[in-house]
Structures are given as structure tokens and as C-alpha cells.
Design a protein around this ligand. Structure first.
Ligand SMILES: N[C@@H](CCC(=O)N[C@@H](CS)C(=O)NCC(=O)O)C(=O)O
Length: 273
């Protein structure tokens, strides 16, 4: 098969390759699942805004995460998690009992569809008028050229991001207004064993905790934000830091965020998986 990665790999035979934004909470779902299942994989860091030609060419749409698995490019974190589970069922992330499984997937969808856009919007709002901070955050891991290109392009990219992220005053106010409500909802779902669906760690917990990293950033999140962070971001974090839902995220990360199974670049050649 032809090289579809631009990374010199014949992807059909090699280990999974994750195309991701380091900063992103949807992408963290996939990193965590691969690490949880100890599935050796490669990661290719993309820079928001500049990712579009490659991702569109691979998948016909613009969003990451994208996982290249046995020559097939899969997008959408929910679909990717299902495929990972199918190919690597142990340890399981999806509950066996159909009713609990259905509940876990409902919770996953709620965090993906409702909570994630709100928290991402607030996260980006704290960088909105700080182009230097924004360029360091967005280009993290991609080098000095990416930093400077991003820094110079930000004013031009802003209208695109404005539409994509929903940065209107009304949507931002709504997102801020539902911060505590979202965590109250989460808290109401925590079961006696500390999990959201059933009595063990599942896709529901992984998704909720990943999505909430936009503002919480537990110490085990694999890519710490460049310092200093915008004061507006610290202020948002301070608004929720005493909430039991915030503490739940820290606890789930401390107990279940496995160490990385990312391969060093040279080990990711065909046949290395
Ligand atoms: N429903 C998708 C959402 C993914 C998503 O929104 N990804 C964002 C990063 S957080 C993205 O790639 N945005 C770039 C763009 O829309 O051009 C999923 O679960 O994977």
C-alpha cells in the first residue's frame, strides 16, 4: 500500500497511527484508550488550522482524532473507540451487560455532544486576545516554524475559529452559565463504586474525564499546557476547583490514566507492532 501518512510509513502493516492535536480533549479519549489497552502506537502531532489539507485528504472531513488502523483512516472519537474495542477487547472499556453498555454510551454521547463544545469554547476564549499564548499552545510539539507561522496567521484564522468554535458572546455566556450545572450532572451519576456506568471503569468515565480536561488538566494529562497559562484560564479553573465533579476527574485520572504506549519513531516501522 502507498504511504498515506506523509511520515514514511506503509501504514497497512504497521501499528496504529494517531493523528492528533496534543491540546484536545476529544483526542485524549483515543490516547487514553490506546494506553489503557497497552496498544503500541505512533502519534503524529498536527497543528490546529494547518491540519486541514492532510486530514481532509485522509478522511474527507476536517476533524481529529483520526486513527490509521490496518490501512483504514477512521475519524470521530466514538467510532474510533468502538473499533479499538473490537480489535483489542482486553481490558474492556465497554460494559458487557447491554443495559449498562447502553447507559455508558449515552453518557459518552452527552459529554461529546453537549459538554465538549462548551468547555472547548471557554478554553479558547481565554486565549482569544493573547496571540502569543495561543501560538505557544496551538503549536506545542510542532517546532519554532509552526509557532511563528501560527502567531502570524492567528488574526487571519480568527474568523474561521470564531465560527467553528462558536465564540459569540451569547454562546460564551451560556457555556460559563452551565459550568457548574454540567459538574452537578456528572456528580449525580457517580455510583457507589465511583463510576458512571456500572461498577467498573468504562468508556463513560474515560470520556467524561477526558472531555473535562479542557479546563481541569490533571497532572497525568500527557501534554501539559505551555506556561504561563492565561489568567482567564486559571480563573475558569478556580471557579470549579472545589466541585466534587472536579475532584472526581482528578481521582479517575490518578487511578486509571495508564502510562503511554506510544512507540518511539524508529520502532514504528512496518512489522513492528
Ligand atoms: N465528534 C468529533 C469531534 C472532534 C472535534 O471536534 N475535533 C476538533 C478538535 S477538538 C477538530 O479537529 N477541530 C478542527 C476543525 O474542525 O477544523 C469526535 O468525537 O471526534
Amino acid at each position: 500500500m502507498a504511504d498515506t501518512t506523509g511520515a514514511g510509513l506503509v501504514a497497512v502493516e504497521g501499528p496504529p497511527i494517531l493523528f492528533h492535536f496534543r491540546v484536545s480533549h476529544y483526542n485524549e479519549k483515543i490516547r487514553w484508550a490506546l494506553d489503557y489497552k497497552q496498544w503500541p502506537h505512533r502519534r503524529i502531532t498536527l497543528v490546529p488550522g494547518f491540519h486541514i489539507p492532510k486530514v481532509r485528504w485522509m478522511t474527507g472531513q476536517n476533524k481529529v482524532p483520526v486513527l490509521l488502523l490496518h490501512g483504514k483512516a477512521i475519524h470521530d472519537s466514538t467510532a474510533i473507540l468502538e473499533e479499538i474495542e473490537r480489535l483489542r477487547p482486553d481490558p474492556p472499556l465497554f460494559p458487557e451487560d447491554p443495559a449498562v453498555r447502553k447507559r455508558a454510551m449515552e453518557i459518552e454521547n452527552w459529554f461529546d455532544d453537549e459538554v465538549a463544545p462548551r468547555h472547548r469554547r471557554l478554553f479558547w476564549s481565554s486565549y482569544w486576545n493573547r496571540p502569543d499564548y495561543a501560538a505557544r499552545m496551538a503549536s506545542d510539539g510542532a517546532g519554532a516554524l509552526a509557532y511563528w507561522t501560527w502567531r502570524v496567521s492567528f488574526p487571519v484564522l480568527k474568523p474561521v475559529f470564531h465560527g467553528n468554535l462558536g465564540m459569540s458572546r451569547q454562546l460564551l455566556d451560556e457555556a460559563r452559565g452551565s459550568l457548574i450545572r454540567d459538574l452537578d450532572q456528572l456528580e449525580s451519576w457517580i455510583g457507589p463504586q465511583g463510576y458512571l456506568a456500572g461498577d467498573r471503569f468504562s468508556v463513560a468515565d474515560l470520556t467524561a474525564a477526558s472531555i473535562l480536561t479542557a479546563l481541569i488538566r490533571p497532572p497525568q494529562f500527557p501534554y501539559p499546557l505551555p506556561e504561563p497559562r492565561p489568567p482567564e484560564l486559571l480563573e475558569l479553573r478556580a471557579m470549579i476547583q472545589d466541585h466534587p465533579g472536579f475532584k472526581w476527574v482528578l481521582d479517575i485520572y490518578a487511578r486509571h490514566r495508564s502510562k503511554s504506549s506510544e512507540l518511539p519513531a524508529e520502532a514504528a516501522l512496518p512489522g513492528a507492532s
